[in-house]
Design a protein around this ligand. Structure first.
Ligand SMILES: [Zn+2]
Ligand SMILES: [Zn+2]
Length: 217
């Protein structure tokens, strides 16, 4: 597969574009918040001849849902996320005020709910859905056990944990339904048990590995 990363919106969300050799594409948190970012996203998709098949959100905090309306309008694809975060779509204005973010293009309703054990799959790309509550009630991580070659090189397993796990830290647990105990427990039992060589592509900041994060717990 190919992985393209953009860093979008004032909160610096990592938006990931996963595509296979047919050009079929899975978006993770596209999160483009203005015309310039939307153009960067759609220009890349056009120039690479990609076909957007799925739009996954790791969770529904405002900074991660900012691109959903644009993706639905432009590519006709609805967003998929965990139902326990759906209430956050009703709090977009509150979050916008709280964080000083724009909310001119509110995220639409979800098209599908994802939960623990679900598989999101297109040719060459198979993602297992892992649910870790605590940063938000419906936080999801997407795990690819056998990515094959990534950007032309043989790759170890990959994990896209949104704001559950960062390089050297983890998401905050003091927002809308956060729970520090559940967060730490979920990280320890479901993420840090993955192979230590797994590359972690978090929702903000640089990549890390499961092995590097295990030493903090
Ligand atoms: Zn978040
Ligand atoms: Zn975030």
């Amino acid at each position: 597969m190919n992985i393209k990363q953009f860093v979008f919106n004032p909160f610096g969300v990592n938006a990931y574009i996963l595509s296979n050799s047919n050009g079929e594409t899975i978006l993770i948190d596209p999160s483009a918040s203005n015309a310039r970012e939307q153009a960067a996203l759609s220009d890349y998709i056009k120039s690479e001849n990609l076909k957007v098949c799925r739009n996954l959100n790791t969770h529904l905090h405002l900074d991660h849902v900012l691109g959903n309306a644009f993706v639905e309008r432009t590519f006709g694809i609805k967003t998929e996320a965990h139902k326990d975060d759906e209430f956050l779509l009703g709090l977009q204005n509150e979050q916008a005020q709280m964080f000083g973010l724009p909310c001119n293009d509110p995220a639409p309703a979800l098209g599908n709910n994802l939960d623990e054990g679900d598989i999101v799959e297109i040719a060459e790309i198979k993602l297992q859905v892992i649910h870790v509550a605590g940063h938000s009630p419906g936080g999801l991580a997407f795990y690819c056990a056998n990515p094959g070659e990534v950007n032309g090189q043989k790759a170890p397993p990959l994990l896209f944990p949104g704001d559950i796990l960062f390089a050297g830290s983890r998401g905050r647990s003091d927002l809308f339904g956060g729970d520090e105990f559940a967060l730490v427990n979920g990280i320890k039992s479901k993420l840090l048990t993955l192979p230590s060589e797994t590359i972690v592509f978090p929702g903000h900041g640089p990549c890390t590995t499961i092995g590097d994060e295990q030493r903090w717990y």
